[in-house]
Design a protein around this ligand. Sequence first.
Ligand code: 13P
Length: 256
Amino acid sequence: MRRKLVVGNWKMNGSKTKNKSLLEDVVAGVRDLHNADYVVCVPYPYLGQAQSLLQGTNVAWGAQNLCATEDGALTGAVSPDMLVDYGCTHVIIGHSERRIQFHETDDTAATRFNVALKAGLTPIFCMGESREERESDWTEYVVGRQLDSIIRRFGADFLAKAVLAYEPLWAVGTGKPATPEQAQEVHSFIRGRIARCNAEVAENVRILYGGSVQPANASALFAMPDIDGGLVGRCSLDAKAFVDICKAACQHPMTA
Ligand code: 13P
């Protein structure tokens, strides 16, 4: 049985003033929603603020990336232990915006995935194809390659303590999500590929869908058998929208 999980990815948004009211409203909104799990991934400078406003609540917090090295001369980088120091439980790894705009590769994403796990963080590992790749029928090739970057190097067992996210690039930030059927097809492919290596891990790993998740489409997406929740960008910046998505997750509390 897999519990639903809703993760907010704030990306590079926020200010101390806005964050305070957003987090307070989210906390108040999900306080009595006991059937799912909630996480917000905030920009690094706001981790301390997230910690002080969220500790003791049912909303966990995390970061959007980390550096694969423990410490040392790496200007501008943030280590896994620093995230742990701020009470983070989760970290997003391999988001398409980082792969494209910061030239991250399957290999560096896999390295950071491993380092996150070693530090006791739950990596939220993102995969997804571009519009051109989908139109060329390459979706399974691309998503499979991204997934294999972890499995080949570390084995499928490593996925047991992770969360996976399917985020088709053509749906991210466009307001045009994948249909529940399109998303389900890829989620089922991901789970099936893991099952070839380790059936138990495949059965238990949570696979989130990300890409224009909104209150209006969340319930239909979360009703799909292999969609275990959402990775939410824009709507995580609006407390009411985010809470409504969390409520949709609670309508379909368990998958499988
Ligand atoms: P949107 O919900 O804004 O499409 O962003 C999705 C995303 O990239 C979450 O990581």
